[in-house]
Design a protein around this ligand. Sequence first.
Ligand SMILES: C[S@@+](CC[C@H](N)C(=O)[O-])C[C@H]1O[C@@H](n2cnc3c(N)ncnc32)[C@H](O)[C@@H]1O
Ligand code: SF4
Length: 417
Amino acid sequence: MSLLTTLTRNWLTRSLEPFAFKNEYDNHLEFEREDKLGLYVHIPFCRQLCSFCPYCKQLYDEAVCNEYLDHLIREIHLVGSRLTQKKQATSLYFGGGTPALAAARIGEIISALQQYFIITEGIGVELHPDNVNEETLNILRSAGVSKISIGVQSFSDKFLDLLGRKDFEMKQLEAALQKAPFDTVSMDFIFALPNQTFEDVKSDIETAFAIGANHVAIYPFIDFTFTGSNVKAMAKREKRKLLDDITLYCRSKGYSRDSIWTFSNVPEAKYSSMTRENFLGFGCSATTLLRNQFKINTFSAAEYQRRIAGNNLPTSLTLRFTKRQRMIYYLFWTAYSTQVDAEAFERFFGEKLESCYGFELWMAKRLGFITEEKGVFRMTLKGAFYYHYYENFYTLSYIDKMWSVMRTHAFPEEIRL
Ligand SMILES: C[S@@+](CC[C@H](N)C(=O)[O-])C[C@H]1O[C@@H](n2cnc3c(N)ncnc32)[C@H](O)[C@@H]1O
Ligand code: SF4
């Protein structure tokens, strides 16, 4: 791991302790008293496996998928049955893989969760463009899904080819979206691909809004070490210019930014499974974040099912946070929404943000990374670039390392980051 990430971690957590993820689990997750709890469900099946994609996924097979979903529903009951009364949950997101391939059973999974949770801010599902047809969209709507996210990646054949993705029929996508409205229709794009220009990205954003999206997520391409992708990441300076041009363009059009990489043309449209104080994750590779711990489920679908068949949770690794580690985790993911509210921090930790990180906030203001208004710290354009740059760094130093082990070891002994 790079010296820079280690030093930053030591400084911010005020400790030399690394993040130690241990091979341990308990079957009684204490989440009853947590506020702002999000829910996440992972469905790892895809019709085609993209070479650049780091997520836990496998080729779709109907029988294998159904068996997996039976276990997923058992996991929901294992976790939820400790509640003595229904609990409020902010949101529910289905990610993958391609969860829309299991559209016919999404309603059953939602019903299992609704036995324990009251979901207040909507339900989101990820789709591949191939899944966007009237029939699938209607099934999802009838199941209670209010937000969809479509992995377009690019509307240009040149970049789809580069990513090894099939071309798709745009007219069909548009026609299906018109007939089945959702509160949020988000489209994912990848930017910072070799030779990609601002005009290319701008055209993707405008086409998305023109054919029925009201929200776009523009992710910088990340070259994970274990994916075996041939696509090379763009140089830093070029990437910064592109990110700044995209942000300024979206700002000039009045699009609202609800997280570091997402923009919408109507402020109500939101799609983010990242920025929640606590969350419960179900399915292989799903993570759970609670007040004192972070846990990650096994990436092996077979081992996942074996654990659940024995009435045990499929946790592979658990990190027990020190208070400062939890604070850093909180700040990192809250900053992803481009702002941090000092009052919300104090409500969560019982300590003032300024007493804990006064020097860092002062420094960030001096460097022009953030501005402050009535206790709300907002990221500037410069701050957003450096956050994005550090996030990229974090992804390659932490997530890449963690996932490359998890893909090959169902239950590693320990990972120290
Ligand atoms: C689970 S996939 C979305 C749904 C569906 N499986 C699909 O591909 O259309 C999540 C998103 O992650 C993004 N993504 C995947 N690999 C990436 C990489 N190496 N760098 C940046 N973004 C990536 C893509 O934009 C993708 O749409
Ligand atoms: S990008 Fe989507 S379709 Fe491709 S492998 Fe990843 S999850 Fe599957």
